[in-house]
Design a binder for this molecule. Structure first.
Ligand code: AMP
Length: 317
């Protein structure tokens, strides 16, 4: 399916004794699930290899597994695989030059080569879908826990099969994972979607305070006071941006969440049918056609991005 790129990747995995797997900063379930699943699949098939998942762990997604501390290995003789991230500037915990060979597996658009091998499938709903395709196409043995992670990443990144990236192949793969590994859906959904009441109240606050322009652009600028009032953190808002899908009055919407730790504004942008990633790219961000993000340092930059998104909505009326 991947023009032999999958075979080349498997050959490299076989070749290297030490393998480090990284993903993007501010990880979502697909990033962590693909990372942990790939690590455990390699360990399952090659007991003699040292395989590490690197990056800052997120307590909320601990159910997917934990990150590793790299032993004293020679990175210059090791393989680095980056997942779910188009470019090295957003990779958490690994840099390109340190490693002997680099591989990227991703579903984000990217117009230039980034690694020695780049397997990019923009038609896949998630990186977990791509890993699953490689697994099934090449009859690779995997354990039930890895299958569960792959399924979790697919469900999460396709927003429960709602987003337009969901294809018949997505359903085929999900069905095969469910069937072949006898997965328990209630456990998976409970891990992914159970949340405290405070978060639901925060979501109501967002909906009640969203500004909607005459062009169908909705936005909210969240402050530290808002997080404190609802006992949530800046990441919570980011995870809620998909929940505004299917509101008729909105064609495009964006959250700005100020992160006290990094002193940056994290922007989450979604759109029902208007292409927005080119706008995000012009404002220190990027992403998919209908799901993008950016990190900005000042309120003025946030205002400029929101103005550009409103303009895009106006042009597309
Ligand atoms: P998020 O709203 O954080 O889920 O991000 C949506 C998409 O936008 C992700 O798939 C990311 O690839 C992309 N994205 C988010 N933040 C940035 C950024 N600062 N630079 C480039 N792409 C980003």
């Amino acid at each position: 399916m991947y023009n032999n790129l999958d075979k080349q990747i498997l050959k490299k995995i076989k070749e290297y004794k030490n393998i480090v797997i990284a993903r993007h900063v501010g990880p979502d379930p697909d990033a962590i699930a693909s990372q942990i699943a790939l690590r455990d699949i390699i360990r399952f098939n090659y007991e003699d290899k040292n395989v590490y998942a690197v990056g800052i762990g997120v307590s909320k997604f601990k159910f997917l597994g934990t990150m590793d501390k790299i032993d004293d290995i020679k990175k210059e003789e090791s393989l680095l695989i980056i997942l779910d991230v188009p470019e090295f500037n957003r990779v958490d915990g690994a840099s390109k030059d340190e490693y002997a060979y680099t591989i990227k597996i991703d579903h984000h658009p990217c117009d230039h080569p980034e690694c020695d091998i780049d397997l990019i499938d923009e038609s896949a709903c998630s990186t977990c879908q791509i890993i699953s395709s490689i697994v099934f196409d090449n009859n690779i043995m995997i354990d039930k826990a890895s299958a569960e992670k792959l399924f979790t990443g697919i469900v999460s990144d396709s927003d429960r099969f709602l987003l337009s990236y969901t294809t018949p192949l997505t359903f085929n793969i999900a069905s095969k994972l469910l069937n072949d590994y006898n997965l328990d859906l209630s456990v998976i959904y409970n891990n992914l979607y159970s949340r405290p009441l405070s978060e639901r109240k925060f979501e109501s606050f967002i909906i009640n305070n969203l500004t909607i322009t005459e062009n169908g652009f909705g936005y909210i600028k969240l402050t530290n006071e808002d997080y404190k009032k609802y006992d949530v953190d800046a990441n919570t808002a980011s995870n809620m941006v998909n929940d505004l899908n299917h509101i008729k009055e909105l064609r495009c919407w964006a959250f700005s969440s100020y992160d006290e730790k990094s002193k940056m504004f994290r922007i989450n942008i979604r759109s029902r049918d208007i292409v927005i990633n080119d706008v995000a790219q012009l404002h220190n961000g990027g992403g998919h056609k209908f799901a993008s993000g950016a990190r900005l340092s000042t309120q003025e930059e946030v205002d400029a991005l929101f103005k550009a998104l409103d303009e895009r909505c106006k042009e597309s009326k």
